[in-house]
Design a binder for this molecule. Structure first.
Ligand SMILES: C[S@@+](CC[C@H](N)C(=O)[O-])C[C@H]1O[C@@H](n2cnc3c(N)ncnc32)[C@H](O)[C@@H]1O
Length: 203
């Protein structure tokens, strides 16, 4: 990871980050409904929104998996987790559970989730190998992993992405496969980001 990549989230200003993550012009905000549809969850699915941030996707998955499914909103930032839980309660989303994890471990029990959803967060993992091992353990047999991240292509991606994101898609696919996942497909939904689906190999 880039040193300091998570420093903005150590004591985040909630309203500032809602404005940053949930604003028109951010591709994955603009395409949020297509993204949730492509994740293909059903009532009863248990989703972990890993690196949930301000809960943009947690709130969208919640009604899709209700009434029997649930969404774990997982983040290393207590401010983010507390505020996601608060706003979910205010909005009557009673199948959202906040999980404060560590940079090395997703902090979910073994074999409890159907979908691990990692949006704009893989490049923030300071310990990707141990994070991915813990995510793999948390997935049920047949579970899937969705990774959305920035395209990092010289001459195409912004200077900010080139500086902020440590590696491009092929490197990340290689790392994730080395962690025991099988790359299944890329969904052609996004331009400045990409949307990847993996299976838990042997799971
Ligand atoms: C760029 S934000 C993305 C937020 C949200 N997924 C979205 O797309 O709106 C990255 C988030 O990942 C969190 N994060 C960084 N490392 C993490 C880790 N190892 N486990 C869980 N969350 C992490 C940060 O605190 C931050 O909330």
């Amino acid at each position: 990871m880039r040193p300091g990549v998570n420093r903005y989230y150590e004591r985040p200003n909630w309203r500032q980050w809602v404005y940053t993550f949930e604003r028109p012009g951010r591709e994955i905000y603009d395409r949020r409904h297509a993204i949730v549809a492509a994740a293909d969850v059903q009532p009863g699915t248990v989703v972990a929104d890993i690196g949930a941030g301000t809960g943009l996707f947690t709130r969208l998955f919640s009604p899709e998996v209700a009434p029997t499914g649930k969404v774990y909103a997982v983040d290393i930032s207590p401010t983010f987790v507390e505020n996601i839980v608060r706003t979910a309660r205010e909005q009557g989303l009673d199948n959202v559970e906040g999980v404060l994890n560590t940079p090395k471990d997703v902090a979910l029990p073994d074999k409890t989730i159907d979908v691990a959803f990692v949006a704009d967060t893989y490049h923030h993992f300071e310990y990707p190998q141990s994070m991915m091992a813990s995510i793999r353990r948390a997935l049920r047999p047949g579970g899937k992993l969705v990774v959305i991240d920035f395209r990092r292509i010289p001459g195409y991606s912004s200077a900010w992405v080139m500086q902020h994101v440590r590696a491009g898609k092929d490197t990340f696919i290689g790392e994730i496969e080395a962690a025991g996942f099988r790359f299944v497909e890329e969904k052609p939904l996004l331009r400045t980001n990409y949307f990847l689906i993996f299976e838990n190999e042997g799971g």
